[in-house]
Design a protein around this ligand. Sequence first.
Ligand code: PLP
Length: 367
Amino acid sequence: MSVNRCVIDLGALEHNFRVARELAGPDRRIFCVVKADAYGHGMVEAAGAFARAGAGAFCVFRVGEGVLLRRAGFDQPVLALAQPMAEEAELAVLHGITTTIYDEGPARDLAAVGQKVGRPARAHVKVDSGMGRLGVNPEGLPGFLRKTDSLEGLHITGLFSHFAVADVPGDPYTDEQAARFDEAARSCPDSGLLLHTANSAALMRGLVSDTGAARPGIMLYGSPPHPDIPGADRLLPSMSLTTRICMVKDLPAGRSVSYGRTFTTNMPSRIASIPLGYENGYPRILSNRAEALVRGRRVPQVGTICMNLCMLDVTDVPGVETGDEVVLLGRQGDERITAENLAARAGTISYEIFCGIGKANPRYYLR
Ligand SMILES: *Cc1c(COP(=O)(O)O)cnc(C)c1O
């Protein structure tokens, strides 16, 4: 058993899926986004929790992640959000993974594999409605479909797009993107395509009309895309990060703590060291900005965060000893530190906090 523990509450993941199901309605497909090792929560374990709660489809980034889901026994539809490189096309077809396309070359590669294997490759076409990242420009969509939809061995089954600012309340850009996508969808000859645009933020705001599916990610991990988004308080955080104190020492006033001497005691202080630092996904930018929980109380992190160590000022907490549990993310007693809270202090988003912590620490699962 490791001293640093990233604990994932699978029950919370199941609960969050049920919230997404309620928002999406019974008939809309939910692609649970489990890319990036399920935002650091562990792809196979998270997908298992969502499946137990009724999930019927998943989104990954690359085809190879979909293959891992297949090997773990998941037979639900899987959509890879990345367009396959030539060498990924065959894997996609052999494992029945739907891929994303927006260029002709990969569409032809997929079609060729589909013909060879004797089973059509399935793909969803991505439209760039305003993200400026991946996808066919709306005006080019009819031409793209004319060239690709007729390819033998390729079956285009969906059309989708991604929002840039769906998390920002009232930003008209999201409506503009939705309108551009609707127009693009209407320009398609075939109307049997599965249409989808909503990420978590759009799903929580109810922006799913006229689409047959949604692709929530971050809400499934219990983190609201915006603090004021409707339903934010219904989500349950799943990931926590705990460690144990490895030294407690008393320092007089005027002593500095850690590299760079960025913190100096201004009174006699009790400083606890914990064996966890930026290598363990606790960003160095949090130095002198974060808080941790010790004996149910919030305490400030002090001094520069090191590679495998950092320090806490526990002067105000009576009885702190070596071996005491420390919570850096998650709940202890009545207190809770959320990924949103850490992210705000680190100048980033909860997604990055989850990815960093989840990948850098041994994970333990609660059911
Ligand atoms: C990551 C991703 C999502 C999920 O977004 P969340 O904000 O985590 O809900 C949906 N669609 C695409 C294309 C993505 O890349």
